[in-house]
Write a protein that binds this ligand. Structure first.
Ligand code: G6P
Ligand code: MG
Length: 214
């Protein structure tokens, strides 16, 4: 049985992909190319600066900007994104998220956040779930992006738990790969065909058979 649940945030507990998409799309519009929702799939789980590189690659503008110009673009994108998420509320938690957090808490299972986002604290706060987390590891505390396992290992370390008693819930391929490299159980949330490296995939948090794992 497992002793700790580590949650990715975007796409697992909250549906922020639409806000990331809108904010990136505005940048693409400014630069004069089309950025579709399908392109946006490639940004899931990817850090802010790596996302910008992918976006510029889509627009065939990869080597056209200096580092400081790129930093400025990322800052502007983040200003647009934070304008969206500052208006979030608990109704924007994904199906089953609150129920699962509550149940795990009642069972005495440790709960960690393992997110690439530097905006994670604001999202946890706006959606009212900060208090469920025993440890929060986010984009402000990691030096290596997923698929590097650092983010999840720091979560387990923060709880003084060995990696093999931790389950990771993730919607991105990079995140599942990170969980596997850390020696944790990798549970995919989403569509099986996109998440081939998961140990098991559920279409939503609601579907998880909690007694099987904890
Ligand atoms: C998550 C999202 C990505 C996002 C990344 C960084 O992993 O899935 O789409 O780029 O966090 O988010 P941030 O809020 O720091 O820009
Ligand atoms: Mg995610």
């Amino acid at each position: 049985k497992y002793q700790c649940a580590i949650f990715d945030l975007d796409g697992v507990l909250v549906d922020t992909a639409k806000y990331h998409y809108l904010a990136w799309k505005e940048l693409a519009d400014q630069l004069g190319f089309t950025f579709t929702e399908e392109h946006n799939e490639r940004l899931k789980g990817v850090s802010r600066m790596d996302s910008l590189d992918i976006l510029l690659e889509v627009g065939q503008m990869k080597d056209r900007f200096t580092v400081s110009e790129k930093e400025e673009m990322a800052t502007e994108k983040n200003a647009r994104y934070t304008a969206y998420i500052s208006k979030m509320d608990p109704s924007q938690l994904l199906a089953g998220a609150l129920e699962l957090l509550r149940e795990l808490k009642q069972m005495g299972i440790k709960i960690a956040l393992g997110s690439a986002s530097k905006n994670a604290p604001m999202i946890l706060d706006r959606t009212g779930i900060s208090s469920y987390f025993d440890v929060v590891i986010d984009g402000n505390s990691v030096s290596k992006a997923k698929p590097d396992p650092e983010v999840f290992m720091l979560g387990a370390d923060g709880l003084n738990l060995p990696y093999n008693v931790c389950i990771v819930f993730e919607d991105s391929a990079a995140g599942l790969e990170a969980a596997k490299s850390a020696g944790m159980l990798a549970v995919g949330i989403g569509e099986e065909r996109n998440l081939t490296c998961a140990d098991v995939v559920y279409s939503s948090l609601e579907k998880i058979e909690i007694d099987k794992y904890f």
